[in-house]
Design a protein around this ligand. Structure first.
Ligand code: NAG
Length: 154
């Protein structure tokens, strides 16, 4: 009996939850890959605390569903998505260009990431895993740096 209970406790999924209640009204948050998994829950928590939340993702349909779900569960209607494909340099540049119509950027969460892709290169002959997990986020951060600095303390 004790062994069974012990096993149950040991194999319980760990449910660590952010309990921060700091309000984020007036703040703008961007979460890459915010349409599923940890990114989506991060976006949900930021929305719950009042931020304007922008999900940046490749899959428009999945992102739309995530936006609707987050709006429904948080009551914060200030949640949207913008298309971003971190594998493509032009997509990142276009995203940053379009992002100019946002007044500010307080929080940037580099959440996107991939694994398990076979050796594949993008249109610039850059390894796609390195592009999505590292070069893409570096470029994105750099292109949004002015906005982040202007929104200090971002
Ligand atoms: C995003 O990730 C890149 C690559 O690791 C890093 O250079 C950049 O500083 C990160 N940006 C933020 C806001 O953490």
């Amino acid at each position: 009996m004790l062994l069974i209970i012990g096993c149950r406790i040991y194999f319980q999924p760990i449910k660590e939850v952010c309990n921060c209640e700091t309000k984020l009204h007036g703040k703008v948050a961007l979460v890459t890959g915010g349409n599923s998994g940890i990114g989506k829950e991060t976006a949900r928590d930021l929305a719950r605390r009042g931020a304007r939340v922008i999900i940046a993702s490749r899959d428009n349909k999945k992102s739309e569903a995530a936006v609707n779900d987050i709006i429904y569960t948080t009551g914060n209607a200030n949640v949207l998505y913008r298309h971003l494909d971190l594998a493509k340099v032009e997509s990142i540049r276009q995203f940053a260009e379009d992002f100019k119509d946002e007044d500010r950027l307080d929080i940037l969460v580099n959440n996107s990431g991939v694994g398990g892709l076979k050796n594949k290169c993008n249109e610039r002959n850059i390894d796609v895993i390195m592009q999505i997990n590292y070069f893409g986020p570096v470029l994105l951060t750099n292109l949004l740096l002015d906005k982040l600095k202007k929104s200090a303390p971002s």
